[in-house]
Write a protein that binds this ligand. Structure first.
Ligand code: FAD
Length: 555
């Protein structure tokens, strides 16, 4: 192929727009045309929930670029309201419908890039088409929802699905003073989190007045006499709503690729190599529409997020012009805010390790609840952090965190460590920013590394609350008597840490001792004292706060 290429791009938002702009930076001579069936390109889909919530008040702010700007800055032609109907791979041609005039025409390409995104899943349930039931993908969608709220005296909303978009919509609808019910089929919100890590999220939502219906599936919708919607549940119960948000996930838009005979993966995404090339070497695919490799496990996965879409757009453009850039795969790094709480994670969850039988018997986990910055500086709040790593060599496998402040920065650091194949020893030694209002001299990331390193080195073996049942062990609670008011683990013996050295005789030498405190720190001190006195001890990782989370998640 010559340097002067005719590049057609389907989809002009995250992936498509990045690819177009990068392609121009690499080739002034090429002709680049972007087609989008919507009225806009390069808009901020991630901002849509906040536009519905009226946090972003001005719709224009959602437009990161316009067709005119693409023309002026990059000499890229953008055709909005232009749907690409089909791809003819023999003739290297696409058929395009101008949605305003209805006319259909062909355009030929040297290179075609598909970035059509993913569409919201709409289940074929009775009443699914009733007015007042919405999905959210585009600016016009968000406009319709805003109008509905403003003109219909909406007071009650049902959000079906408690994933990213469901939670963001919940926050924004609560912010608009609506009474919100979340209906979620799983026993937890935010499915990528391990169940116990979702417990603080449930508590926060409930505190905000959100009605959480977990483990419940919707069976259909009916119009009530007063014009509202009855959301029917499989349990036989029903929930009234003036507005229903369907947020049960997205599906890769693979129609064009499938009909063109390109390879599609088992998960429904377009199959690409690490330079985003499809099974046809003239056609690239990027963004939510493609399957990607999980960087840790090598498995194919779907990860419909803006970061990968943007990077893939750049990589595809590089590949088109012969550069060697390659996509490294995804780790599943993500963040979501809901009602003042931040949820973030990276790498594998324990749930996914179990589901796919990965690191079977080879992984370990720890929990910690450190303050997000120095406790002597006003405003410190705790972050609950879970770190999963290889028992053998300390390789980091995944991390999840929930809290009010400083959550995503810890996960970002751990994400980068994972990307570089890092270990818990790297976290232990990580040199991170510190001043009292930002962190601690021992940052939560360092602390996680230190705790996990102690486990791998054998200095502080861990046990887990969910493993207590049926075990012949002594449970030793080293908290102060006043703290026991919050609750205790059944059968635990209480010896406060400061009495421990004088009461060693009360402890058995013929069985394991599993010790805990509030968060794990004093239990660690107790463990070191006991271990050096010849006792066989483990630390119940994360202390009583983790006990509360795990016992609720099992219940
Ligand atoms: P898109 O950005 O969806 O663009 C695809 C475009 O292709 C669309 O405009 C579509 O109209 C067009 N198209 C499709 N088929 C055709 C056709 N045949 N002809 C012409 N045009 C076509 N990700 C995050 O990382 N963080 C977030 O906080 C976040 N929040 C989100 C909130 C919402 C409400 C939504 C919907 C998504 C959010 N995402 C978030 C996901 C993120 O927006 C996507 O991962 C990203 O936009 C994917 O980029 P893409 O180019 O693959 O697809």
């Amino acid at each position: 192929m010559s340097e002067r290429k005719r590049i057609l791009i389907v989809g002009g938002v995250a992936g498509g727009a990045s690819c177009a702009a990068r392609a121009r930076r690499l080739s002034e001579k090429s002709q680049i045309i972007v087609f989008d069936r919507g009225p806009y390109v390069s808009f901020a889909n991630c901002g849509l929930p906040y536009y519905v919530g009226n946090i972003i008040k001005d719709e224009e702010k959602l437009l990161l670029a316009t067709p005119e700007m693409f023309k002026r800055w990059f000499n890229i032609e953008v055709r909005t309201n232009s749907e690409v109907l089909s791809v003819d791979r023999q003739r290297n041609e696409i058929r395009v419908k101008d949605l305003l005039s209805g006319s259909v025409y062909e355009e030929n390409y040297d290179v075609l890039v598909l970035s059509p995104g993913a569409s919201p899943i709409i289940p074929p349930l009775p009443g699914i088409d009733l007015p007042g039931i919405f999905t959210l993908r585009t600016i016009p969608d968000s406009r319709k929802i805003r109008d509905w709220i403003q003109t219909r005296n909406v007071k009650r909303a049902v959000v079906v699905g408690g994933g990213f978009i469901g939670l963001e919509m919940t926050e924004n609808l609560v912010g608009r003073s609506l009474a919100v019910t979340i209906i979620e089929m799983l026993p937890q919100v935010m499915p990528p989190l391990d169940q116990e890590m979702a417990i603080p999220v449930h508590a926060c939502l409930t505190k905000q007045g959100v009605n959480l219906l977990l483990g419940q599936a919707v069976s259909g919708f009916e119009q009530a006499g007063d014009g509202s919607i009855m959301v029917r549940l499989q349990s036989g119960a029903s929930e009234p709503a003036d507005l229903v948000m369907l947020c049960i996930g997205v599906r890769p838009e693979n129609k064009l690729a499938r009909e063109a005979g390109l390879e599609i993966g088992e998960l429904g995404g377009i199959r690409v190599d690490d330079q985003m090339r499809t099974s046809d070497e003239r056609i690239y695919a990027i963004g939510d529409a493609v399957e990607v490799r999980d960087a840790l496990t090598g498995r194919w996965t779907l990860f419909p997020m803006a970061g990968p879409a943007n990077r893939q757009g750049r990589i595809a453009a590089d590949a088109i012009f012969g550069r060697e850039t390659r996509f490294r795969g995804v780790q599943g790094t993500a963040v979501c805010g809901v009602c003042g709480l931040t949820i973030a994670f990276t790498g594998q969850s324990e749930k996914s390790l179990r589901r796919f039988g990965l690191w079977d018997g080879m992984y370990e986990k720890i929990y910690l609840h450190p303050a997000h910055h120095a406790t002597y500086y006003p405003g410190a709040v705790s972050v609950t952090l879970k770190l999963i790593f290889s028992r053998k060599d300390g390789k980091i496998i995944g991390a999840q965190a929930v809290g009010r402040e400083g959550v995503e920065k810890r996960i970002d650091v751990i994400s980068m460590a994972i990307q570089k194949g890092g270990t818990v020893f790297d976290l232990e030694e990580a040199e991170l920013c510190y001043a009292p209002q930002y962190g601690s001299a021992k940052d939560p990331v360092n602390m996680a590394g230190m705790i996990a390193s102690n486990v791998v080195r054998g200095d502080s073996p861990v046990a887990h609350f969910e493993d207590i049942k049926g075990k012949e062990v002594l449970i030793l609670d080293v908290r102060e008597p006043l703290e026991l008011r919050r609750g205790t683990v059944e059968g635990a013996v209480n010896i406060p840490l400061d009495e421990l050295r004088n009461r060693l005789k009360e402890l058995p030498t013929d069985k394991e001792i599993w010790t805990y405190c509030r968060v794990g720190q004093r239990a660690y001190y107790a463990l070191r004292t006991l271990a050096q006195s010849g006792f066989n001890v483990k630390n119940l990782t994360g202390g009583f706060l983790t006990y509360e989370m795990t016992s609720q998640s099992q219940g």
